[in-house]
Design a protein around this ligand. Structure first.
Ligand code: GLC
Ligand code: GLC
Length: 827
């Protein structure tokens, strides 16, 4: 069942009922000011840091769901409603929500009154602009009232939700004409305030929540709206809000447009107040309001935003036989990659914005998805990440976006972390040809006095693996590898201990983690990412170092085949008891997804057919119609030696859930191995546009990936096998976005930046006749046509560039050439 449709021409998803199976959200803002907005206008705003500068309040896990947002209430002679249906939930005569690139338009209609609200955050602007257009579509004059509503958060979202003994006494506001200012703590230690304005006179306002809503009422029946009259309340402690009240009369066919602005302002210490020393200096707020206080200025801001996205999305566009692929590649997958760049894993409807900072591994992987769009910011991000590394190649697992410092509470020793840096730096060089990044002086642990060129960071990353091997010559698993929930040194039996950070005293003498437990996943990731390091060294003429590194990769491959090949697939790990994990010999968890794709793509055991055997096993054991599960069989009991993975009921999260991030590795591997049909099958099982038809099962947004989809084992342990099979969770902020962008664009469509230029080497469904792509790459436009006359999946039979035959599949780069016309024929 669908709850809307894609409008590709406008790059929008159009939601046609407010009763979506979960709130379907969008993000506004790309720089400093961000908002989350659901299809019923729920959500909140923050400046830069979703925990420390929360501007409006939001209550997670609420009943009913998604309560709190920027709401407009209409009181039309006693009929009370919202254009976004919620929170009043009066049945509307018409409803539509269009989520677009950085904006959302919600339209509701009731009793001939149509209200259309467009929300967006303009470029270079610290505020959310909301244009409300009210139209009388009937044949008689209408008089009604409009109330706006926003609830202020007292800045620190964590403190706001638990320190009530203080917070109920600190709230402070100012009202000046039609502008309501929120200035809690501004008198003392803060230099920022927020405001909510409207570009017209008002008939009243409220700034105190209990006066507006009523202590025993809800967002769905605020007392002031029921009474059709604002109370002009002035918050003094308790819960400050901002609500404008306006009476409006419209003749038949007449429209009225109002522009509301929810803004954030920072002031220099010595200019915080007016001469009286207590009134807010409003100069900056007034200038901000001035910038968007007419419909014309609003339009100009929207146009600028569109230009921004035209540019970003114009870098890669494809035309394939499948319009779902086109809308993923050209619009939504790229859009989601930018959102993960902006937000990392901080704020979504599943991430509360008060939890984690930026992840070392997560952020490096995110780079793979957006580097072609904003290479300069990718470079900056890479350097920030590398600056949290230690001289031995280890690193902080997370860092704070505001301070850019490593997070000592979480610490390091996640075995996979350093390898992702090699991949992100390689991706950056392949995209830009900017080898200069390797010479950038990058500190260790943010200490510039021990800075070294980025190339050295790659070296210590590579050797951090080599220097930390276990008994089988495989990398030590440490606290966790990519899978946060495989914690082989944890042995936790006490509630509340963090599986990722708890150090079992058992391993104290060994430095905090087992020197026996080994990760095959990291071994395979090493053989996959390592060759990039070797290629970089060769390019720099460092042949001896390259040979030395290559020897380590070869040795690792040998070790994998000797100790981690289970006959039909690769093992997952050796646990701290030296037992195999992810083997036929195991009772549960016999096969895991994570090592397989990287091993296949590094040709580990290829000469003995390991790649095809593994792909066959994956198809048989892990694949389902909704994607590939992480492991099989699911764990049905707690394995203390494995850690968090076995705490999840089977079918969820890392325990046999469909963890979409690593599905991409199999899509890439199948494509790499020439199985274009299989690759596309796995791709289409999870790609959002393909799940649209089953939105009632999938639940989360059909335009973006989620981290997890319920696996085939969901509900099995409670006698409800398949319960929640196919149900999506944790949408938006996931490495799935970047990896699936890589999978479809570089492995299936095969448009792959390489160190020496752009390679075209597709692996597509055999029935496709071909496809076209346009790619901006290193300052030139590549017009690519792929022909598939013999209906194969893979294999470049010939390549012509500007009419001339070329050997291989890399378009030779000609300095200064601005356009390349490339024709690739498969066969
Ligand atoms: C989450 C984490 C990521 C981890 C994955 C698997 O997506 O953000 O770092 O690799 O879970 O546990
Ligand atoms: C939990 C989650 C996992 C996530 C990790 C990071 O372990 O299950 O998915 O990556 O927390 O905080």
């Amino acid at each position: 069942m669908k709850f809307g449709f894609f409008d590709d021409a406008n790059r929008e998803y159009v939601i046609t009922t407010p009763r979506t199976p979960y709130p379907w959200i969008n993000y506004l803002g790309t720089q400093g000011f961000f908002s989350l907005i659901s299809n019923t206008a729920g959500g909140y705003s923050f400046y830069k840091d979703a925990r420390l500068r929360r501007i409006t309040r939001y209550r997670y896990n609420n009943v009913p769901i998604d309560m709190g947002g920027r709401y407009f209430y209409i009181n039309d002679n006693g009929t009370i409603w919202n254009p976004g249906w919620s929170p009043v939930k009066t049945e509307l005569d018409a409803y539509e929500c269009r989520h677009g690139m950085g904006y959302t338009k919600i339209t509701g209609k009731k009793n001939d009154l149509k209200v259309n609200v467009t929300f967006f955050v303009p470029q270079d602007y610290d505020g959310e602009v909301q244009q409300v257009v009210l139209t009388n579509e009937g044949s008689v004059e209408k008089s009604f009232s409009l109330f706006s509503f926003a609830e202020w958060c007292l800045w620190d979202a964590q403190d706001d939700s638990n320190n009530f003994q203080r917070n109920f006494s600190t709230g402070r506001v100012e009202v000046d004409g039609s502008v309501i200012y929120h200035k809690t703590e501004y008198r003392d230690r803060r230099n920022h305030y927020a405001f909510y304005s409207v570009n017209d006179t008002i008939d009243g306002y409220d700034t105190d929540r209990d006066s507006f809503i009523g202590l025993y009422n809800g967002f769905n029946n605020p007392e002031a709206v029921l009474a059709n009259k604002a109370t002009n309340s002035f918050a003094d402690g308790w819960a400050p809000i901002a609500s404008h009240f306006k009476k409006i009369t419209l003749k038949p066919g007449e429209s009225k447009t109002l522009v509301f602005i929810l803004g954030y302002v920072e002031m220099p210490q010595d200019q915080k107040f007016e001469a009286d020393g207590k009134t807010i200096n409003k100069v900056k707020a007034k200038a901000m309001i001035e910038k968007y206080n007419t419909p014309e200025k609003f339009e100009a801001g929207m146009k600028e935003l569109k230009g921004y996205w035209d540019k970003l999305l114009g870098i890669l566009s494809v035309s394939t036989p499948d319009d779902k692929v086109d809308r993923m590649v050209n619009i939504w997958n790229q859009y989601q990659c930018m959102v993960t760049f902006n937000l990392s894993r901080s704020a979504s409807y599943f991430e509360s914005g008060i939890g984690r900072g930026m992840g070392f591994r997560d952020s490096n992987q995110d780079v793979l998805g957006f580097v072609h769009q904003i290479p300069d910011r990718a470079k900056e991000r890479i350097i920030d990440i590398a600056s949290t590394q230690f001289p031995d190649g280890g690193c902080y697992h997370q860092y704070q976006p505001l301070t850019k410092k490593g997070n000592a509470d979480i610490g390091g020793d996640f075995s996979d972390d350093p390898l992702w840096l090699i991949l992100s730096v390689s991706a950056y060089i392949k995209e830009t040809g900017d080898w200069g990044i390797l010479d950038e002086m990058v500190p260790y642990d943010n200490d510039m006095s021990v800075a070294e060129p980025l190339l050295e960071h790659l070296k210590v990353s590579f050797y951090h693996i080599v220097n930390n091997l276990g008994p089988h010559g495989l990398p030590l698993a440490m606290r966790a590898d990519w899978n946060d929930c495989i914690n082989l040194s944890c042995f936790s039996d006490t509630p509340g201990e963090s599986f990722q950070t708890y150090t079992n005293p058992k391993f104290a003498a060994e430095g905090g983690y087992s020197k026996v437990a080994e990760s095959v996943m990291v071994a395979a990731l090493f053989t996959y990412s390592g060759p990039n390091y070797v290629a970089i060294l060769k390019h720099l003429g460092k042949d001896d170092e390259a040979a030395k590194a290559q020897a380590e990769i070869d040795k690792m491959k040998k070790n994998i085949m000797e100790s981690a090949w289970d006959g039909d697939w690769f093992l997952r790990a050796y646990d701290a008891n030296g037992e195999k994990m992810g083997s036929k010999e195991c009772e549960e968890g016999q096969i895991f997804i994570e090592p397989q794709g990287f091993a296949i793509m590094s040709d580990v055991g290829k000469e003995q057919g390991a790649d095809l055997k593994t792909l066959a096993a994956i198809d048989e054991r892990l694949n389902t119609k909704y994607g590939l599960v992480l492991n099989n069989p699911a764990f049905t009991k707690y394995y203390i030696q494995y850690g968090e993975i076995s705490t999840y009921p089977g079918g969820y999260k890392e325990n046999a859930g469909i963890f979409t991030h690593n599905n991409a590795w199999i899509i890439c591997a199948a494509a790499y191995a020439g199985q274009g049909d299989q690759a596309f099958k796995y791709y289409s099982e999870i790609a959002p546009a393909f799940t649209e038809e089953t939105s009632d099962i999938h639940k989360t947004e059909p335009y973006v990936y989620g981290q997890m989809i319920g696996g085939k084992d969901a509900g099995a342990d409670i006698g409800q096998t398949g319960k929640n099979f196919g149900q999506g969770k944790n949408s938006w902020l996931t490495g799935t976005a970047a990896w699936n962008m890589v999978a479809i664009s570089q492995y299936i469509l095969g448009v792959q930046p390489d160190f020496d230029g752009l390679a075209i080497n597709p692996s597509i469904p055999h029935e496709w006749d071909g496809f076209k792509a346009t790619r901006q790459f290193r300052g030139a436009t590549y017009n690519i046509t792929v022909k598939n006359p013999n209906h194969v999946c893979k294999g470049v039979a010939s390549m012509e560039v500007d009419g001339k035959a070329v050997d291989g599949c890399i378009v030779p780069y000609v300095d200064g050439q601005k356009e390349y016309n490339v024709v690739v024929t498969l066969g």
